[in-house]
Design a binder for this molecule. Sequence first.
Ligand code: NAD
Ligand code: UGA
Length: 318
Amino acid sequence: MRVLVTGAAGFIGSTLVDALLREGAEVVGVDAFTDLYDPARKRANLADALRRPGFRLVEADLREAPLEPLLDGVTHVAHLAAVPGVRASWGTSFRAYAEHNIQATQRLLEAAQARGGALARFVAASSSSIYGTPTRFPTPEDEPPRPLSPYGVTKVATEALLLAYHASRGVPTVALRYFTVYGPRQRPDMGIHRFFEAARAGQPVTVYGDGGQTRDFTFVDDAVRATRAALTAPVTAPVYNIGGGHRVALHALLEEIASASGLPVARRHEAPQPGDPRDTAAETERARRDLDYAPRTDLREGLRRQWAWQRQQAEVTA
Ligand code: NAD
Ligand code: UGA
């Protein structure tokens, strides 16, 4: 198995790279080290992988790099590169979302179809944010997409491209709709990362809205296990929800943050953010059936591990 992982230096991508290398796969990682957050963090994410003989890192931007050489000898693709934040996708920043999430995906699919039958699977990251305000909880995959943010729109477009290249060009595509992933290496713009940092600094956390919103938080190792399975399992559907197995309100999460860190968590409320779904909850029966997927890490254990990582990061940079 030779796997091309895009977004290989990012939060989920680097965790997938480590898991693939542990099982003996050859991995080509591609990343543009975009500055959405400090690229030094992304280099640190790959520190272990870069010591492994099975890993090759290519620093390249999928928007413009020649992609066919990248796919040379590759049997499986995990396409995770994107601009990922929900709340920052309004206004002029949409251009970057459209280029990185839609255009780059189309370029990669075009290069993938040129490989013909040599490519066994092309898995790409989609998002719970495509559902917007769904009519059913937990939400099954056949809920019509009605994203509330421009970011969600780019993920609907990603999925539509995957379907088109599957139906018309034979690329064996699968989309995974991840639900708010957390754990070691979590992006610093994401909620749990920010909440632990605020607690550590003795600052109040910023809560958007009343704190009653809910998320189906998914531990990163679970998301990675599902992604690994989707690379080789005999799939029967074009898209799978990947959720953490339970839904928690933000105010309950903050109690758990206080308990995991042993620090007080004061709250400062701000207006709800445009584009943020109120609630998310994944129906994961399809992933259980086809990918043998079941989340293994509960919120308390997952938070303990993320907090341990964030504390260690703070010591390294102190
Ligand atoms: P991340 O920002 O940590 O990782 C994305 C990586 O892609 C970054 O290292 C970035 O440098 C790279 N990249 C971006 N544009 C690129 C380009 N044009 N060429 C090459 N590399 C490029 O984000 P993440 O949280 O690990 O998210 C990974 C994927 O999962 C994204 O597609 C995101 O939309 C999706 N997703 C994430 C979550 C979550 O909770 N983290 C949930 C749902 C979906
Ligand atoms: C996350 C990822 O950032 C997206 O890349 C991904 O597409 C999405 O999950 C998904 O599931 O599809 P989000 O759910 O907004 O998006 O994740 P967080 O940033 O961790 O936010 C979780 C909740 O905390 C949201 O309700 C948000 O409004 C809230 N929040 C976040 C705050 O109240 N304060 C903050 O400082 C940050």
